[in-house]
Design a protein around this ligand. Sequence first.
Ligand SMILES: C[S@@+](CC[C@H](N)C(=O)[O-])C[C@H]1O[C@@H](n2cnc3c(N)ncnc32)[C@H](O)[C@@H]1O
Ligand SMILES: [Zn+2]
Length: 477
Amino acid sequence: MIDREQIGIRIAALRKKAGLSQQSLAEKLGVSAQAVSKWEGGRNLPDIDMFRELAWLFHMTIDSIVEGDLAFAQKSGQKALPANVEALFPDIERRKILRSLSTYCSDTELYNIARELSEGSLELSVQAGIVRMEGKVFQEGHPKEKREERKVSIPAALLGESTLRETAPYFAKALGEMTGAVEPGLRRIAELMCCPECGERLSLENKDESKISYICKNKHCYDVTDGVVYFGSHEIPGELWSLYMKNYQDYLREQRHSGNPRYQMGTVPCSEVRWQALNRLRPRVILDMACGTCNGLKYDLQRINWPCLVIMADLSHRILKYNKRYFSEEMVNPYVDIVCLACDCAHLPIQDGCIDMVVSNGGFESMQSKMMDGFREGYRVLKPGGHAVYNISIVGDHSSENTKKWEYLYGTLCDSDSLHDRIYDIQEWEEVCRDTGYASTETREIYGELPAPEGDVFPFENEVMQWMGAYLCVSGK
Ligand SMILES: C[S@@+](CC[C@H](N)C(=O)[O-])C[C@H]1O[C@@H](n2cnc3c(N)ncnc32)[C@H](O)[C@@H]1O
Ligand SMILES: [Zn+2]
């Protein structure tokens, strides 16, 4: 439900913060002062175009005005330009371009861009295309179009504020790549990492173009290879996730088994619940623990429309190498910078309290005997106020016959030491979260329970995930 009154209060607060009277805000928006007064008093709502204008004016997103996420707004608001950048540009047009970029660039990046712009060695423009069809010509019965194509280039200085706002993340990404030798994600992660051997901070070293490394003051050095920061981890033998999925598909085919019908279409689709959490919290730095091929975040990554750094962490350099290429080349989202860390998630090379959101799509359990170490590491690296969003194998309660049967079968698997040896129910899991330090944990049922198999053999290991991976949890630090 939209709460007019709260929206009004937020508009008034933002107006005052910007030092505007109702009259002057009205003038900026081309509406009457009464209209503004009605919004603020909760008697009327701005129409959607006005929301866009307000969002732009106050450096907010529409969501944050409607839903009141002011904390995000402060973080995502455009910064005032640093004095050294202001000094380079007397003209408003180019300051406007730089201001639109400021949300997405660090001050140093912004200064480098500004310097090149002021020297005239860099120009920004937007390309548009015109295609004119000159009627259809028929050749051998097939229509053949005669086309005339023109490209038009519009200098960025001539663009209006809303176009600038929409093009800024694209400009920022490309400029980051053009003006810095190292891609933005690799630069940004440098501020968050620490040496897994001695705990000292890591800094980026980029002596020649082809070699990028992170090094601590004790000279422990970690190279970037195939775009992945490599901390010397190794895959668990036989744990290649793509192979695992293939085996599962073969199993379904061979056994003529249809799998858990609820896996794809649970009571709530898992991806939707995760997206709701992401979209509500709008984290700036996301860490996917034991990300594997990143099935969990894959689709969310396309929907993110706020600037953010996504860190994919997994033991497997091999998987990450392909993730890096796939997400940077095939599935490009200009808002998202992706960094891959090949490391042990039970001992993350990341400083305390610098991540906004930890996600794990069955990732903690994939860490097998290190599951709880991984869970605690996730907590350690979160900022106060940050959230962990993960799906995990817990049961509603231990008492149903069906659950008992599955737990018994599960026990027969655990001898192999391949899975953690305990199944929690919701209450027990909430207690684990509290003990870890989380202030709150919400659980949502995803798949629902599988019927117990008739035989006494565990049907397939992967069913564990589908049967029990029934909850998506959001734990707040
Ligand atoms: C089943 S996948 C996880 C699913 C994945 N999150 C997804 O959404 O596709 C298992 C992954 O966990 C990784 N893994 C296992 N133990 C790990 C550890 N200690 N640290 C980091 N990754 C680990 C494996 O390398 C493997 O890629
Ligand atoms: Zn070190």
